[in-house]
Design a protein around this ligand. Structure first.
Ligand code: HEM
Length: 479
């Protein structure tokens, strides 16, 4: 096992290998390999093999005509990756989705927080507003999320007993939006203009923004058609204009107290509302949409042995602590480790991008490389968090990996856009919901193993993340 400081300083300076091929053609070839011929992981591992380096130049989708410059320096190991978090050296302006940015017409004409660089005054203003907002709702986190989980598991139980299977993703999506909206606005989304389809309105809005970097995984015969349809021009926001208006009206009418508070922070009321919608719909709901299925997939597939250990730990701690409290959750070392392991093995936001603010030298395990001011740096996180020189058996799901001594490895867990040992602040770009996400994932396991001894799932991997079917839930026999 190696640390960045041991290796970083002693390695030779090399030229970054790889070229991006001919203009236009190189980008098209790379994107076809990436989406259709090789697939994401093979695309990157083939380039690592070819260049014998975890740092190289490549094109990243979408390319022509949506992004004017698809050329990036790719970082695919645990040592070089963290440069993406150093906002004194890299710029995060308009680069959330990669080498292109969706039209601001999706967000009321505003560049919302996630597209702002910390050097822009407004970033700290909005992020501080969000962090304060979440802190002020802290007391609601456990009881409210447990209520939402009760409804979720009741629904899954109904389906598994009636039909011997339950679609986890659909039930989890509705639950996730209910939770965030109840947390912030104190009412169910269905009691607003968005009605019972709020999560579907958000889905449409998300898909249109992210279409250029996605694929539906259709049969090969449709590949070229799909590529031309979603990667030639950006899809316009007017397609979802009326959906977005419903979302906007719902937040405007229900989040009055929050918008008052935003005005006290110095934000305009409508700008705060668009930012709130983006945080709830893109950051929070968009994240939870993939995070909870990933959790159920890995824990479900780990099998009965791990389930027994989790049930034992959770039930014992809840009994001795007298309930499900922040203190009790903190004592559940295996449960915490299992959540970190899911976040490590399948970080659900797999890409991070930034632009070099100055000439930089970055280090991989075996070489140092110079990056010029203005170059785009790209990290594929699943490779950084499965770096075999940092993690033993990196492709294996090891539930107790982060227990005791294993905690030292937490600095290499990066899912929240920063090392797990650091906190989100108004001055960095780390996920504002980081601590809430950790809490929700732990609570999901707690609720699961207070109710059930074990469960089984079928899981498939789509481009958008895990798709999970719950096949059985075996009621708890003790406690
Ligand atoms: C559930 C899973 C979630 C995941 C995997 C996730 C992941 C991330 C990541 C990777 C980023 C950084 C994106 C980038 O700049 O490259 C981010 C940013 C952000 N997240 Fe999360 N997030 C989740 C949930 C949440 C929740 C629940 C909230 C709030 C309620 C939230 C609020 C934010 C905000 C406001 C930002 C922008 C931070 C900034 O611009 O400084 N996220 N999230």
């Amino acid at each position: 096992m190696s640390s960045s400081s041991d290796l970083g300083s002693k390695v030779p300076l090399k030229q970054i290998p790889g070229d991006c091929g001919l203009p236009f053609l190189g980008a098209i070839i790379d994107r076809h390999n990436y989406f259709y011929h090789q697939g994401r992981d093979k695309f990157f591992s083939a380039k690592i093999q070819k260049h014998q380096s975890t740092v190289f130049r490549t094109n990243m989708p979408p390319g022509p005509f949506i992004s004017s410059n698809p050329r990036v320096v790719a970082l695919l190991d645990a040592l070089s990756f963290p440069i993406l978090f150093d906002t004194s050296k890299v710029e995060k302006r308009d680069i959330l989705d990669g080498t292109f940015m969706p039209s601001t017409a999706f967000t009321g004409g505003y560049r919302v927080c996630a597209y702002l660089d910390p050097s822009e005054h407004k970033h700290a203003l909005i992020k501080r507003f969000f962090l304060n907002l979440l802190a002020s709702q802290h007391h609601k986190f456990i009881p409210l999320f447990r209520n939402c989980l009760s409804e979720l598991f009741a629904e899954l139980e109904n389906y598994t007993s009636d039909k011997a299977k339950a679609d986890f993703n659909t039930a989890s999506d509705a639950m996730s939006l209910n939770f965030v909206f109840l947390l912030l606005c104190d009412k169910y989304p269905q009691d607003t203009k968005m009605g019972s389809n709020g999560h579907k309105l958000f889905d449409k809005w998300l898909v249109l923004q992210l279409a250029p970097i996605a694929t539906l995984g259709l049969p090969k015969i449709f590949n070229c058609l799909e590529d031309v349809l979603i990667r030639t021009l950006k899809w316009p926001a007017w397609i979802v204009k009326s959906d977005y208006e419903k979302l906007y009206d719902s937040f405007w009418a229900s989040a009055g107290a929050l918008l008052d508070e935003a005005e006290r922070f110095g934000l305009k009321r409508d700008e705060a509302c668009h930012n709130l919608i983006f945080m709830v719909g893109f950051n929070a709901y968009g994240g939870m949409k993939n995070q909870f299925p990933a959790l159920m997939k890995w824990v479900g597939l780990a099998g009965e042995g791990l389930h027994k250990q989790l049930a034992y730990e959770i039930r014992t701690v809840v009994k001795t602590e007298g309930g499900v409290t922040f203190g009790a959750l903190d004592k559940m070392t295996l449960t915490k480790s299992v959540v970190y392991e899911v976040l490590r093995i399948e970080p659900v936001v797999p890409y991070q991008y930034a632009k070099a603010k100055e000439d930089l030298v970055i280090h991989s395990h075996d070489a140092a490389f110079e990056i010029k001011k203005g170059e785009i740096i790209f990290g594929y996180q699943p490779f950084a968090t499965k770096d075999p020189l940092v993690f033993e058996n990196p492709n294996e799901f090891v539930g107790h990996r982060f227990v005791r001594e294993g905690e030292k490895l937490l600095k290499y867990v990066l899912w929240a856009n920063g090392p797990e040992t650091e906190e989100p602040t108004p001055d960095n770009k780390q996920c504002a919901g980081r601590n809430l996400v950790l809490l929700m994932c732990r609570l999901m396991l707690v609720e699961l193993f207070l109710r059930y001894d074990t469960f089984t799932v079928d899981a498939t991997n789509t481009f958008f993340g895990a798709s999970v079917t719950v096949k059985s839930l075996t009621k708890a026999t003790t406690f």
